[in-house]
Design a protein around this ligand. Structure first.
Ligand SMILES: *[C@@H]1O[C@H](CO)[C@@H](O)[C@H](O)[C@H]1NC(C)=O
Ligand SMILES: *[C@@H]1O[C@H](CO)[C@@H](O)[C@H](O)[C@H]1NC(C)=O
Ligand SMILES: *[C@@H]1O[C@H](CO)[C@@H](O)[C@H](O)[C@H]1NC(C)=O
Length: 204
C-alpha cells in the first residue's frame, strides 16, 4: 500500500502575545501555532495528481428488508412540507466497482442526508466514502454539497479526505444508474486530487 510523503520539518513561531508579567499562566493556556514548512512542494514529493474514478453506491431504501438507510429526525414542518423539509437520514451504503450489487465491494458511503430546500427537493449531503478494498483501502474521501435529485446529474464537492486524499479537492458527478423496488444504484464519477505513489492503473 501507498507510502505517504513525509511532511517535512516543523518550525515553531514564537508567541509574540505573551506579556512579561503573566508568562507562566500563558504558557499553560495559549494556543500553540506552528508553521509546517515545505507545503505544498515537499508534501507528496511533488506527486500530487488529479485523478478520475467511478464507483457505484447501492442505496437500499428505508423500506428494504436489509436497509442501510434510516430516518433519524424530522422538523415540525416536515410532514406538511412539499419537499419533506427538515428530514434527516443516516446512511451506510455499500460501494461497488460496478453497478451490480454483487460486483467488487470497495467500501461504504456513510453520513447524513438532510432535506434542506423549502421549494424543491434539495438534499444537503455530508458523506464520507470509506474505502476498505482496492487502491484506496483504508482511506476516506469526504463529499459535501447540494443534491437536487430531480436533476439528471448532480454536482457535489470533494471537500477533503484522509491518507492519500489529504488536502483533496475536486468534484463528483452523481447520477442514478438504476432504480428497482426499494433500491437505487447511484453512479459517482469522482474527479479529485490525491497524493500517493499508488499505481493508478490498478483495476478497481
Ligand atoms: C419494498 O418496500 C415495500 C414497502 O415497505 C415492502 O412491502 C416490500 O416488501 C419491499 N420489497 C422489496 C423487494 O424490498
Ligand atoms: C437480505 O439479506 C439476506 C441475508 O443476507 C438475504 O438472504 C436476502 O436475500 C436479502 N433480501 C433482499 C431483498 O435482498
Ligand atoms: C449504468 O452503468 C453502466 C456501467 O457503467 C452503464 O453501462 C449504463 O449505461 C449505466 N446506466 C445508466 C442509466 O446510467
Amino acid at each position: 500500500m501507498a507510502k505517504l510523503a513525509s511532511i517535512g520539518v516543523i518550525l515553531t513561531i514564537s508567541c509574540l502575545l505573551a506579556s512579561t508579567s503573566s508568562v507562566d499562566a500563558r504558557k499553560q493556556n495559549d494556543l500553540v501555532v506552528k508553521e509546517v514548512t515545505g507545503f505544498p512542494d515537499s508534501f507528496c514529493r511533488g506527486k500530487e495528481k488529479f485523478i478520475n474514478f467511478r464507483v457505484f453506491v447501492q442505496d437500499l431504501s428505508v423500506n428494504h428488508p436489509n436497509t442501510t438507510t434510516y430516518d433519524v429526525a424530522q422538523a415540525s414542518i416536515t410532514a406538511t412540507s412539499k419537499t419533506g423539509f427538515g428530514k434527516v437520514r443516516v446512511i451506510d451504503d455499500l460501494v461497488t466497482a460496478g453497478p451490480a450489487a454483487n460486483s467488487k465491494a470497495l467500501g461504504r458511503l456513510q453520513g447524513l442526508l438532510t432535506r434542506a430546500d423549502l421549494n424543491t427537493i434539495g438534499i444537503a449531503v455530508n458523506l464520507n466514502f470509506y474505502f476498505s478494498a482496492g487502491p484506496f483501502a483504508g482511506y476516506t474521501l469526504s463529499i459535501l454539497g447540494r443534491n437536487e435529485i430531480a436533476l439528471a446529474q448532480r454536482e457535489l464537492t470533494v471537500a477533503g479526505g484522509t491518507g492519500v486524499f489529504r488536502f483533496a479537492r475536486g468534484y463528483a458527478i452523481q447520477k442514478t444508474n438504476s432504480t428497482i423496488t426499494n433500491v437505487s444504484v447511484l453512479d459517482y464519477n469522482i474527479y479529485t486530487t490525491y497524493c500517493s505513489t499508488i499505481n493508478e492503473a490498478v483495476e478497481m
